[in-house]
Write a protein that binds this ligand. Structure first.
Ligand code: GLY
Length: 368
């Protein structure tokens, strides 16, 4: 069964669908072809995904008489750089891409963020679609139009909101995903439940351990419910002026960890540790019952994810260095650190009332 989530945007023609399920690419092939003006699909991917899945994409698109022209980049977070962005833009210009043409970002979050940004920039905006191949990208990063690269000043510091025309999340691609990458993607599912849907969290507590053991039953449901939750938020606040900031639960802590340990911690692992930290800080500040934190930490650990800053891979981390990183987070305003905290599971809120010294005190306790 293929689930469909509609991302509703204004003006309406910018709205698009997310197709989710095993075989979604086959189902979507004609729709993708209709977006390819010259019967050519330009593809940006990485070496890992190209080796595993590019032939399958070529085969599917051949059924529609569409040819693939692919740019294959090195895998990994370091690819989200100015150098690689230039390479993608050059590729699109060499291929004489026009605004009405379509580029496919075929891979995980790195490829999606980078190719999406190139698509936003070339000729001031060209069409693009997302064909995410990792759990993290299927659940979160391919949906909602955030695109970016990293700089020495931090993660996702240069970017644009640029919405895709279609997202095709085919669960078949997840079969080749490494267990560590799979768990990291699951962190974004936990995030969606924690921020706005306690019933979804309860469901995950039951279903999660089976998913971890490789059962694909319920995985489409988990992805579908996460994307549905995100769709509601993006429809209300596409450009993150207010409620969309909640989607950053765990991310302010997480980005600081990633910046301190490049290449040693996956984004989803950093988010997991950040979610645990957000609940622990909320409890310490008297804002959240400790029973809620215990449930969240227990589920993170049951899924093989770090549940606190001290458990995050890539350490040991220095409290003051993490606070310094958080002080330069792009969501901050007037020098105040913006944090997403929780009153309970499913009840997140944004605050700028936690001072740097309170944060430092918390970090010192978390990182003993
Ligand atoms: N990944 C957070 C967002 O899309 O807003």
């Amino acid at each position: 069964m293929i689930h469909k989530v509609h991302i509703s945007l204004e003006p309406k023609p910018r709205s698009y669908d997310v197709l989710i399920g095993e075989g979604a690419l086959r189902v979507a092939a004609a729709q993708i072809a209709s977006l390819c003006r010259r019967k050519v699909l330009l593809v940006v991917t990485d070496e890992t995904v190209a080796g595993l899945h590019l032939a399958a994409l070529e085969t599917q698109m051949a059924t529609q008489n569409v040819k693939i022209r692919a740019l294959i980049l090195p895998p990994g977070e370091a690819t989200k750089s100015f150098g690689q962005l230039e390479k993608v833009c050059d590729f699109l210009l060499e291929q004489e891409m026009e605004r009405g043409d379509c580029l496919a970002a075929f891979g995980g979050g790195v490829v999606g963020d980078l190719a999406g940004l190139a698509s936003a920039l070339v000729k001031r905006g060209t069409g693009f679609i997302q064909i995410p191949t990792t759990l993290l990208a299927q659940v979160d990063s391919s949906v909602g139009g955030k695109t970016a690269i990293n700089t020495r000043f931090g993660k996702n510091m240069i970017g644009a909101f640029h919405q895709p025309k279609l997202v095709v999340a085919d669960l078949g691609f997840l079969q080749t995903l490494e267990a560590r990458q799979w768990r990291a993607g699951y962190a974004e599912i936990i995030k969606m439940a924690c921020l706005s849907d306690e019933r979804f969290f309860s469901w995950l507590e039951q279903a999660g351990p089976n998913l971890l053991q490789g059962s694909s039953e319920n995985l489409d449901e988990a992805i579908f419910r996460s994307v549905q939750g995100k769709a509601k938020i993006v429809a209300k606040d596409e450009l993150e002026h207010e409620v969309r900031a909640l989607l950053n639960l765990g991310h302010t802590f997480g980005h600081a960890l990633e910046a301190e340990a490049p290449g040693q911690i996956l984004h989803g692992e950093a988010v997991a540790a950040g979610i645990g930290a957000a609940f622990s800080l909320s409890v310490d500040l008297g804002l959240c019952p400790s029973a809620a934190r215990e449930r969240v930490l227990a589920h993170l650990r049951a899924m093989g994810l770090p549940a606190s800053l001290g458990e995050a891979p890539g350490g040991p981390y220095t409290p003051s260095a993490l606070v310094l990183r958080m002080q330069s987070d792009k969501k901050n305003q007037n020098g105040n650190i913006h944090l997403i905290l929780c009153r309970n599971i499913g009840d997140a809120f944004v605050t700028s009332k936690v001072s740097s010294s309170e944060l430092l005190h918390f970090m010192e306790k978390e990182l003993v």
